[in-house]
Design a protein around this ligand. Structure first.
Ligand code: NAP
Length: 245
Protein backbone atom coordinates (compact mmCIF):
# COMPACT_ATOMS: atom_id res chain seq x y z
CA UNK A 1 0.00 0.00 0.00
CA UNK A 2 1.38 3.46 -0.90
CA UNK A 3 1.64 6.10 1.83
CA UNK A 4 -1.11 8.74 1.84
CA UNK A 5 -0.19 12.41 1.33
CA UNK A 6 -0.72 13.14 5.04
CA UNK A 7 1.27 10.16 6.38
CA UNK A 8 3.15 11.20 9.51
CA UNK A 9 0.99 14.30 10.04
CA UNK A 10 -1.23 15.03 13.03
CA UNK A 11 -4.46 17.03 12.96
CA UNK A 12 -7.13 18.55 15.17
CA UNK A 13 -10.63 19.13 13.75
CA UNK A 14 -13.14 21.02 15.90
CA UNK A 15 -16.73 19.72 15.75
CA UNK A 16 -15.97 16.37 14.16
CA UNK A 17 -18.84 14.36 15.61
CA UNK A 18 -21.14 14.80 12.62
CA UNK A 19 -21.76 16.68 9.37
CA UNK A 20 -18.94 18.47 7.55
CA UNK A 21 -16.50 17.91 10.42
CA UNK A 22 -17.00 14.14 10.38
CA UNK A 23 -16.34 14.17 6.62
CA UNK A 24 -13.09 16.07 7.21
CA UNK A 25 -11.98 13.70 9.99
CA UNK A 26 -12.62 10.66 7.79
CA UNK A 27 -10.72 12.05 4.80
CA UNK A 28 -7.69 13.34 6.73
CA UNK A 29 -7.38 9.93 8.39
CA UNK A 30 -7.85 8.08 5.08
CA UNK A 31 -5.01 10.20 3.68
CA UNK A 32 -2.73 9.05 6.48
CA UNK A 33 -3.02 11.65 9.27
CA UNK A 34 -3.64 10.92 12.92
CA UNK A 35 -6.74 12.98 13.70
CA UNK A 36 -8.09 14.28 17.00
CA UNK A 37 -11.52 15.86 16.86
CA UNK A 38 -13.81 17.58 19.30
CA UNK A 39 -17.48 17.28 20.10
CA UNK A 40 -19.72 19.17 22.51
CA UNK A 41 -23.04 17.35 22.85
CA UNK A 42 -22.91 14.35 20.51
CA UNK A 43 -20.83 11.87 22.55
CA UNK A 44 -22.32 8.77 20.93
CA UNK A 45 -21.86 10.19 17.45
CA UNK A 46 -18.27 11.11 18.27
CA UNK A 47 -17.57 7.58 19.49
CA UNK A 48 -19.11 6.18 16.29
CA UNK A 49 -16.88 8.42 14.13
CA UNK A 50 -13.81 7.38 16.15
CA UNK A 51 -14.57 3.68 15.87
CA UNK A 52 -15.35 3.93 12.15
CA UNK A 53 -12.08 5.75 11.44
CA UNK A 54 -10.07 3.42 13.68
CA UNK A 55 -6.75 3.85 15.45
CA UNK A 56 -5.94 7.14 13.71
CA UNK A 57 -8.86 8.98 15.36
CA UNK A 58 -9.20 10.37 18.87
CA UNK A 59 -12.37 12.05 20.21
CA UNK A 60 -12.08 14.90 22.73
CA UNK A 61 -14.94 16.54 24.60
CA UNK A 62 -14.57 20.33 24.24
CA UNK A 63 -17.28 22.97 24.15
CA UNK A 64 -16.17 25.79 21.85
CA UNK A 65 -18.14 28.23 23.99
CA UNK A 66 -15.46 27.74 26.65
CA UNK A 67 -11.97 29.13 26.07
CA UNK A 68 -10.40 26.61 28.45
CA UNK A 69 -11.99 23.66 26.63
CA UNK A 70 -10.40 24.79 23.36
CA UNK A 71 -7.04 25.38 25.05
CA UNK A 72 -7.23 21.91 26.53
CA UNK A 73 -8.25 20.26 23.22
CA UNK A 74 -5.14 21.62 21.50
CA UNK A 75 -2.92 20.55 24.41
CA UNK A 76 -4.46 17.06 24.54
CA UNK A 77 -3.95 16.59 20.80
CA UNK A 78 -0.30 17.65 20.92
CA UNK A 79 0.33 15.43 23.94
CA UNK A 80 -1.38 12.37 22.48
CA UNK A 81 0.30 12.63 19.06
CA UNK A 82 3.57 14.27 20.08
CA UNK A 83 2.84 17.43 18.07
CA UNK A 84 0.36 19.13 15.79
CA UNK A 85 0.63 19.86 12.05
CA UNK A 86 -2.91 20.65 10.91
CA UNK A 87 -5.70 22.62 12.63
CA UNK A 88 -9.18 22.66 11.09
CA UNK A 89 -11.63 25.13 12.69
CA UNK A 90 -14.93 23.55 11.66
CA UNK A 91 -17.28 23.78 14.66
CA UNK A 92 -19.99 26.27 13.85
CA UNK A 93 -23.61 27.18 14.50
CA UNK A 94 -26.15 29.28 12.66
CA UNK A 95 -29.31 30.88 14.03
CA UNK A 96 -31.29 32.27 11.14
CA UNK A 97 -33.77 35.01 12.09
CA UNK A 98 -34.32 38.69 11.48
CA UNK A 99 -31.97 40.82 13.57
CA UNK A 100 -34.96 42.09 15.53
CA UNK A 101 -35.82 38.49 16.49
CA UNK A 102 -32.39 37.06 17.35
CA UNK A 103 -31.76 36.74 21.08
CA UNK A 104 -28.51 37.96 22.63
CA UNK A 105 -27.72 34.32 23.49
CA UNK A 106 -28.04 33.31 19.84
CA UNK A 107 -25.83 36.19 18.73
CA UNK A 108 -23.22 35.51 21.44
CA UNK A 109 -23.15 31.79 20.58
CA UNK A 110 -22.47 32.47 16.91
CA UNK A 111 -19.71 34.93 17.79
CA UNK A 112 -18.15 32.60 20.35
CA UNK A 113 -18.34 29.30 18.46
CA UNK A 114 -17.82 30.48 14.87
CA UNK A 115 -15.18 33.11 15.55
CA UNK A 116 -13.79 33.49 19.08
CA UNK A 117 -13.03 29.79 19.52
CA UNK A 118 -11.24 29.72 16.15
CA UNK A 119 -9.01 32.56 17.32
CA UNK A 120 -8.25 30.67 20.55
CA UNK A 121 -7.52 27.41 18.70
CA UNK A 122 -5.18 29.20 16.29
CA UNK A 123 -3.38 30.99 19.12
CA UNK A 124 -2.87 27.73 21.05
CA UNK A 125 -1.88 25.72 17.96
CA UNK A 126 0.88 28.16 17.09
CA UNK A 127 2.89 26.78 20.02
CA UNK A 128 3.04 23.46 18.12
CA UNK A 129 2.79 24.13 14.38
CA UNK A 130 6.09 24.18 12.51
CA UNK A 131 7.34 24.40 8.90
CA UNK A 132 4.62 22.89 6.67
CA UNK A 133 1.94 23.62 9.28
CA UNK A 134 -1.61 24.15 8.07
CA UNK A 135 -4.57 26.09 9.46
CA UNK A 136 -7.88 25.67 7.63
CA UNK A 137 -10.98 27.57 8.70
CA UNK A 138 -14.42 26.48 7.58
CA UNK A 139 -16.18 29.67 6.62
CA UNK A 140 -19.23 29.87 4.36
CA UNK A 141 -20.21 31.20 0.96
CA UNK A 142 -22.66 33.30 2.98
CA UNK A 143 -19.70 35.56 3.82
CA UNK A 144 -19.99 36.78 0.22
CA UNK A 145 -23.52 35.94 -0.89
CA UNK A 146 -26.72 35.87 1.13
CA UNK A 147 -29.78 35.04 -0.95
CA UNK A 148 -32.24 34.71 1.97
CA UNK A 149 -33.14 37.04 4.87
CA UNK A 150 -32.16 36.16 8.45
CA UNK A 151 -28.52 35.24 8.03
CA UNK A 152 -26.82 38.55 8.76
CA UNK A 153 -24.97 37.64 11.99
CA UNK A 154 -24.02 34.17 10.74
CA UNK A 155 -22.66 35.74 7.54
CA UNK A 156 -20.80 38.36 9.56
CA UNK A 157 -19.00 35.69 11.62
CA UNK A 158 -17.97 33.91 8.42
CA UNK A 159 -16.86 37.19 6.82
CA UNK A 160 -14.72 37.86 9.87
CA UNK A 161 -13.09 34.43 9.47
CA UNK A 162 -12.13 35.40 5.91
CA UNK A 163 -10.53 38.64 7.17
CA UNK A 164 -8.77 36.82 10.00
CA UNK A 165 -7.37 34.35 7.47
CA UNK A 166 -6.08 37.06 5.15
CA UNK A 167 -4.45 38.96 8.01
CA UNK A 168 -2.83 35.95 9.67
CA UNK A 169 -1.29 34.70 6.41
CA UNK A 170 1.11 37.66 6.77
CA UNK A 171 2.15 36.58 10.26
CA UNK A 172 2.55 32.90 9.51
CA UNK A 173 4.27 32.72 6.12
CA UNK A 174 7.72 33.33 7.58
CA UNK A 175 7.23 30.20 9.71
CA UNK A 176 6.23 28.08 6.70
CA UNK A 177 2.62 27.83 7.91
CA UNK A 178 -0.32 28.41 5.57
CA UNK A 179 -3.81 29.49 6.59
CA UNK A 180 -6.86 29.29 4.35
CA UNK A 181 -10.61 29.66 4.63
CA UNK A 182 -12.86 27.14 2.89
CA UNK A 183 -16.27 28.59 2.00
CA UNK A 184 -18.80 25.81 1.35
CA UNK A 185 -22.14 26.38 -0.28
CA UNK A 186 -25.05 24.24 0.90
CA UNK A 187 -23.82 20.88 2.21
CA UNK A 188 -26.26 18.14 3.16
CA UNK A 189 -25.99 17.92 6.98
CA UNK A 190 -28.36 18.08 9.94
CA UNK A 191 -27.77 21.85 10.05
CA UNK A 192 -28.83 22.24 6.41
CA UNK A 193 -30.59 19.13 5.12
CA UNK A 194 -30.89 18.72 1.35
CA UNK A 195 -34.61 18.07 1.92
CA UNK A 196 -35.04 20.92 4.44
CA UNK A 197 -37.36 23.93 4.25
CA UNK A 198 -34.75 26.26 2.62
CA UNK A 199 -33.48 23.69 0.11
CA UNK A 200 -35.53 24.70 -2.92
CA UNK A 201 -34.73 28.44 -2.45
CA UNK A 202 -31.02 27.60 -2.18
CA UNK A 203 -31.03 25.32 -5.22
CA UNK A 204 -32.60 28.14 -7.22
CA UNK A 205 -29.47 30.29 -6.85
CA UNK A 206 -27.03 27.44 -7.51
CA UNK A 207 -25.54 26.18 -10.76
CA UNK A 208 -25.68 22.55 -9.63
CA UNK A 209 -28.96 20.79 -8.97
CA UNK A 210 -27.78 19.32 -5.69
CA UNK A 211 -26.19 20.14 -2.33
CA UNK A 212 -22.55 19.24 -1.68
CA UNK A 213 -21.48 16.38 0.56
CA UNK A 214 -19.30 16.31 3.66
CA UNK A 215 -16.95 13.98 1.78
CA UNK A 216 -16.44 16.62 -0.94
CA UNK A 217 -15.53 19.24 1.66
CA UNK A 218 -13.22 16.70 3.33
CA UNK A 219 -11.38 16.09 0.06
CA UNK A 220 -10.86 19.82 -0.49
CA UNK A 221 -9.61 20.33 3.07
CA UNK A 222 -7.24 17.39 2.76
CA UNK A 223 -5.72 18.89 -0.40
CA UNK A 224 -5.15 22.21 1.42
CA UNK A 225 -3.61 20.30 4.33
CA UNK A 226 -1.18 18.49 2.06
CA UNK A 227 2.29 19.29 0.74
CA UNK A 228 1.08 20.32 -2.73
CA UNK A 229 -0.87 23.30 -1.35
CA UNK A 230 2.15 25.13 0.11
CA UNK A 231 1.70 28.15 -2.20
CA UNK A 232 -1.96 28.72 -1.22
CA UNK A 233 -2.32 31.01 1.78
CA UNK A 234 -4.57 33.81 2.98
CA UNK A 235 -7.26 32.66 0.56
CA UNK A 236 -10.97 32.17 0.88
CA UNK A 237 -11.79 29.33 -1.47
CA UNK A 238 -15.36 28.58 -2.53
CA UNK A 239 -16.70 25.03 -2.89
CA UNK A 240 -20.29 25.94 -3.47
CA UNK A 241 -21.94 24.40 -6.52
CA UNK A 242 -21.87 27.77 -8.31
CA UNK A 243 -23.82 29.50 -5.55
CA UNK A 244 -25.32 32.82 -6.55
CA UNK A 245 -24.14 32.78 -10.17
N1 NAP B 1 -24.00 22.52 6.00
C1 NAP B 1 -23.85 23.61 5.26
O1 NAP B 1 -24.62 23.88 4.31
C2 NAP B 1 -22.69 24.54 5.50
C3 NAP B 1 -22.44 25.53 4.54
C4 NAP B 1 -21.38 26.41 4.73
C5 NAP B 1 -20.61 26.31 5.89
N2 NAP B 1 -20.90 25.36 6.81
C6 NAP B 1 -20.05 25.32 8.00
O2 NAP B 1 -19.54 24.02 8.20
C7 NAP B 1 -19.34 23.79 9.60
C8 NAP B 1 -20.05 22.51 10.00
O3 NAP B 1 -21.43 22.64 9.68
P1 NAP B 1 -22.41 21.38 9.60
O4 NAP B 1 -23.41 21.67 8.56
O5 NAP B 1 -21.62 20.13 9.56
O6 NAP B 1 -23.15 21.52 11.02
P2 NAP B 1 -23.77 20.38 11.97
O7 NAP B 1 -24.22 19.24 11.16
O8 NAP B 1 -24.75 21.12 12.83
O9 NAP B 1 -22.51 19.94 12.85
C9 NAP B 1 -21.92 20.89 13.68
C10 NAP B 1 -20.69 20.31 14.33
O10 NAP B 1 -20.14 21.35 15.17
C11 NAP B 1 -20.12 20.89 16.51
N3 NAP B 1 -20.43 21.95 17.47
C12 NAP B 1 -21.56 22.71 17.53
N4 NAP B 1 -21.49 23.51 18.61
C13 NAP B 1 -20.31 23.23 19.24
C14 NAP B 1 -19.67 23.71 20.39
N5 NAP B 1 -20.23 24.64 21.19
N6 NAP B 1 -18.46 23.19 20.73
C15 NAP B 1 -17.88 22.24 19.96
N7 NAP B 1 -18.44 21.73 18.85
C16 NAP B 1 -19.64 22.23 18.50
C17 NAP B 1 -21.15 19.78 16.60
O11 NAP B 1 -20.77 18.93 17.67
P3 NAP B 1 -21.86 18.34 18.76
O12 NAP B 1 -23.00 17.77 17.99
O13 NAP B 1 -21.04 17.34 19.49
O14 NAP B 1 -22.27 19.47 19.62
C18 NAP B 1 -21.01 19.13 15.22
O15 NAP B 1 -19.93 18.21 15.21
C19 NAP B 1 -19.87 25.03 10.32
O16 NAP B 1 -18.82 25.91 10.60
C20 NAP B 1 -20.81 25.64 9.29
O17 NAP B 1 -20.97 27.03 9.47
C21 NAP B 1 -21.91 24.46 6.64
Amino acid sequence: MTAGPLEGKTALVTGGSRGVGAGIVARLAADGAKVAFTYARSKDRAEAVASEVGDNAYAIHADNLEEQDVVSAVAQTAERFGGLDILVNNAGVGSFSAITELTMDEIDSMLAINLRSAIVAIRESLAHLGEGGRIINIGSINAERMPLPGGSIYAMTKGALASLTRGLARELAARGITINNVQPGPVDTEANPANGPSASALLEVMATDRFGTAAEIGAFVSYLAGPEAAYITGSSLNIDGGFGG
